[in-house]
Design a protein around this ligand. Structure first.
Ligand SMILES: [Fe+2]
Length: 317
């Protein structure tokens, strides 16, 4: 009988069985640790960490294990940003080459994600990863972002046709009006962002729809809970477009609870750079995430040149 493979990354060791991912690591205190996560709850963040290229800042798979993007290298940690484990020396972290972390994580996905489980889908849309080793799901794991080569509505543009998600069935998409000088009609097009998002086939996976210098608009559809606790290394803005998302906001270094935020349509929220957040969406919702992609931003915040607190930002005065 085929069994799940074991993986090594630095001094971390990963195994899985029918129900759990097991993460083994040495600790400062000298006592080795074994940490367990439900397998579905481990594979969902693992998939996103790979797909997001380790994202901005910290991706906590849960309170214990995760990664920090240093843009070239990746810190892989166990227990380091958990108050009790940190204080008792029961933690370990290694800064590893980005490509090495990615290679091991991808191999883990290829071996551990079964054909009947899609880590990007909402729980109601997919089966479970629980159970013995079986055929994998390469199509879901290696899903490529759709990258456009033509401007929206420009001739020759091929738009992939995704169906409206059941969570948005019946939603009215009212297009705006355009009045264009004759002869220029082909240069302009109308897009309905709600319709675009209603056709999204993944959850908690932002797509970049506009880029102006470092300003990225990254709308996304959300359902169930964000599979990671995201500790950004810069201020991150949220604009709730539809539905409702509750956010649990904790200190990034210790995991201690700081606030709950409930966002309803039209609500705008700015997350400080020193927190982690996890969102909960009882039904499929639409969220516009606004990121500043300035590669020097973490350093600017560390040096104090730019505040990591949104209420101290110049733009707020
Ligand atoms: Fe975030």
């Amino acid at each position: 009988m085929e069994i799940y493979r074991e993986f090594h990354l630095g001094q971390f060791r990963f195994t899985r069985d029918d129900y759990f991912a097991h993460i083994f690591f040495p600790t400062q205190a000298g006592r080795p640790m074994e940490h367990k996560m439900d397998i579905d709850a481990f594979l969902r963040p693992l998939q996103r960490d790979v797909a997001w290229g380790f994202f901005y800042g910290m991706v906590k798979f849960d309170d214990i294990f995760g990664t920090i993007n240093h843009y070239g290298t990746v810190e892989v940690f166990g227990g380091k940003y958990h108050k009790a484990l940190r204080e008792n020396g029961l933690w370990h972290a290694e800064e590893l080459d980005r490509d090495e972390v990615e290679r091991v994580f991808v191999e883990m996905l290829e071996d551990w994600v079964p054909a009947d489980f899609d880590p990007f889908a909402a729980p109601r849309e997919t089966g479970s990863a629980i159970g013995p080793k079986r055929q994998g799901n390469p199509a879901a794991i290696h899903r490529k972002r759709v990258v456009t080569t033509r401007m929206i509505k420009q001739e020759e543009r091929q738009d992939p046709d995704y169906p409206i998600n059941a969570g948005f069935a019946g939603m009215q998409f009212i297009y705006g009006e355009m009045h264009i000088k004759p002869g220029h009609e082909h240069k302009f097009g109308l897009v309905n962002l709600y319709e675009y998002l209603a056709r999204s086939d993944v959850t908690w996976n932002p797509s970049i729809v506009s880029v102006v210098e470092h300003s990225l608009f990254c709308p996304t559809t959300e359902e169930h809970k964000l599979p990671v606790k995201h500790g950004n290394d810069r201020v991150e803005w949220f604009i709730q477009l539809n539905g409702q998302i509750d956010w649990e906001i904790c200190d990034q270094r210790t995991g201690e609870l700081r606030a709950f935020v409930r966002m309803r349509p039209g609500d705008v929220c700015a997350m400080p750079a020193d927190i982690q957040h996890q969102g909960f969406a009882p039904e499929r919702s639409m969220l516009l995430v606004w990121e500043n992609a300035d590669p020097d931003m973490p350093q600017k915040i560390r040096s104090g040149a730019i505040p990591g607190d949104p209420d101290k930002m110049v733009t707020m005065k």
